[in-house]
Design a binder for this molecule. Structure first.
Ligand code: NA7
Length: 537
């Protein structure tokens, strides 16, 4: 294999949380790095998802970078759960503070990447017509960046305004006096609906599947809490690394089946007053593995819905019937259920009477028609594998990633895939990704990749590639772990079932973040066990 001079050592795809840290890290390690970013600034999901009410469902004090003590000491979050504008300004601040923008080419999508076996490098082609060579590619394309356009007859002919929550106009949207329809009641729809309802003349929510919505009881952070966090950051970050979900708080060790119904109720009430993901983590340890535990939590939330929503029929329709609580990504919002008590909001069951067509300003369902001035699509993403499969990536023997993954993603540790040397994925398919705190998972991956690149350089190694054997075992292990939980009982984007024709595969490693991290470290300490390493010529 020849070593030819490349334009770059590392091309990074994307400049969200992951791509920005990748640029920072690889530059610090002395690699020539360039990131390509579709948007015209940093931020990734926080750049695109500007819809009203967009907010993080992890708490601000740990949904942030840990790599710089100065950064975490100087930055103040205003709310316990940050809203999109504040997260985007944090990421912009990080880009300025660490002078990352000169290493990012904005307004540029990676269109293809082809591995040249003779040269041992990648050729990357972009939407701007650039073609560059690089030794390594690090995908930081994210898990939720490939927007799903629903297949609704006549959608393109709608004569009102159409807005995707995942590609929201920068200047915002004024819904005052408008008849607005929202399709989609996942996390994005659930956050947008209460805000849009406050403006619209009338809001019609088209619901296919009811979701379990958990309150976060969002509030400004008190000075004492901020001071406590800042003086305990080392411990907080360490706790994140040592936890199952990349989070710093205590989790419950109580199984629902070991306590009386009265005790269960008390535990659920307490966890509910804390809210957010802690409702799950701090109630029962078996909530996502034991149907009885899950049913107890579901009944608790169902009775909450009934207590808030005044119209019993609407309350019933808002109560999920088809999946265990927590097995579809639970949306988090404080005002969602009460919004359905507003006189200008109506809920339409499009499971019973699906949308049949859109024509002009008329949306028709199997039962009746609705006149709308604006349509908001909160219909989700081709998650986890979508962003990578949207790029024409070709590895050894001209193998296309799209073909390799046509029956389901195959990866080793979610970091690499066999046949595609020197290609790394940050929070890739079959890693803990979206079921861990993302910044923690991202930093762990980027640090691991940085160590790996340094190792290759120190040992004069040209390529690293996951072995088929290690990959096959990881795929089986990931599926086995998922089977031991209730997650596969739901049709969710974790399983790809929101995309017609996508193979049903649980795309996230559920074995726990800290176990996973240990495993990655063990693999590295054994000279990258399960990978093939080849010397430079
Ligand atoms: P989600 O969670 O995938 O939600 C998409 C919603 O859109 C969901 O209610 C879907 O119903 C609905 N949907 C999708 N396609 C259609 C069509 N064709 N017709 C009607 N309804 C449809 O995406 P989000 O953006 O809300 O959240 C993604 C993640 O971002 C979130 O979990 C957070 O982690 C951040 P379905 O349930 O498929 O019946």
């Amino acid at each position: 294999m020849a070593t030819t001079p490349n334009d770059y050592d590392v091309i990074v795809i994307g400049a969200g949380f992951a791509g920005m840290y990748a640029v920072y890290k690889f530059r610090a390690l002395g690699f020539r790095v360039l990131a390509y970013e579709k948007g015209d600034d940093v931020g990734g999901v926080w750049y695109w998802n500007r819809y009203p009410g967009a907010r993080c469902d992890c708490e601000s004090y740990y949904y942030s970078y840990s790599f710089s003590k100065e950064l975490q000491d100087e930055w103040d979050w205003s709310l316990h759960y940050s809203e999109q504008p504040e997260i985007l300004s944090y990421l912009s601040h990080v880009a300025d503070r660490f002078a990352l923008r000169p290493h990012i080419q904005f307004g540029t999508a990676v269109q293809s990447a082809t591995f040249d076996e003779a040269a041992g490098n990648w050729k990357v082609r972009t939407s701007c017509g650039d073609t560059v060579t690089t030794r390594f590619i690090v995908s930081a394309a994210g898990c939720l960046s490939e927007v799903q356009k629903p297949d609704i007859p006549g959608l393109d002919s709608f004569s009102g305004d159409v807005f995707y929550t995942a590609a929201w106009p920068k200047g915002g949207v004024d819904f005052m006096g408008k008849r607005v329809g929202v399709i989609g009641t996942g996390a994005s729809g659930v956050q947008a609906i209460p805000r849009i309802a406050k403006q619209a003349q009338h809001l019609t929510v088209f619901q296919r599947t009811a979701n379990w919505v958990i309150p976060v009881w969002n509030a400004p952070m008190k000075t004492e809490f901020v001071e406590w966090v800042k003086s305990h950051y080392d411990q907080i970050r360490q706790n994140c690394l040592n936890s199952g979900g990349g989070v710093p708080f205590e989790v419950s060790h109580t199984r629902a089946r070991d306590v009386t119904p009265e005790e269960r109720q008390k535990i659920l009430e307490k966890a509910w007053t804390v809210g957010g993901t802690r409702f799950f983590a701090q109630s029962f340890s078996d909530l996502l593995s034991d149907q009885e535990a899950n049913d107890a939590a579901a009944q608790f939330v169902a009775s909450y819905i009934r207590s808030i929503v005044k119209d019993p029929e609407t309350a019933k329709l808002l109560t999920p019937i088809d999946h265990p609580i927590g097995t579809k990504r639970p949306p988090m919002d404080d005002d969602y259920y009460a919004t359905f008590n507003r006189p200008n909001v109506s809920l339409v069951d499009i499971r019973r009477a699906p949308i049949t067509s859109i024509e002009g300003r008329t949306l028709r369902t199997a039962e009746r028609s609705y006149e709308l001035d604006a349509l908001v699509l909160a219909t989700g993403f081709d998650a986890i594998t979508g962003p990578l499969m949207a790029i024409d990536i070709r590895g050894k023997g001209d193998m296309r990633l799209k073909d390799k993954w046509s029956a389901g993603a195959k990866s080793y540790l979610g970091l690499c895939t066999a046949g595609f040397p020197n290609l790394f994925m940050v929070t890739g398919p079959l890693s803990p990704s979206v079921l861990a705190n993302m910044p923690t998972a991202i930093e762990q991956h980027v640090d691991w990749i940085g160590d790996c690149l340094t190792y290759l350089r120190a040992h004069n190694l040209q390529t690293i590639e996951a072995s088929e054997d290690a990959e096959a075992k990881w795929v089986v292990h990931t599926a086995d772990v998922a089977q031991g939980t209730l997650y596969p009982k739901a049709n969710s984007w974790y399983l790809g079932s929101n995309i017609p024709g996508k193979p049903r595969q649980f795309g996230v490693y559920l074995g726990g973040f800290s176990n996973y991290r240990e495993r990655c470290n063990d693999v590295a300490s054994r000279g990258y066990e399960g990978f093939r390493l080849e010397l430079a010529a």
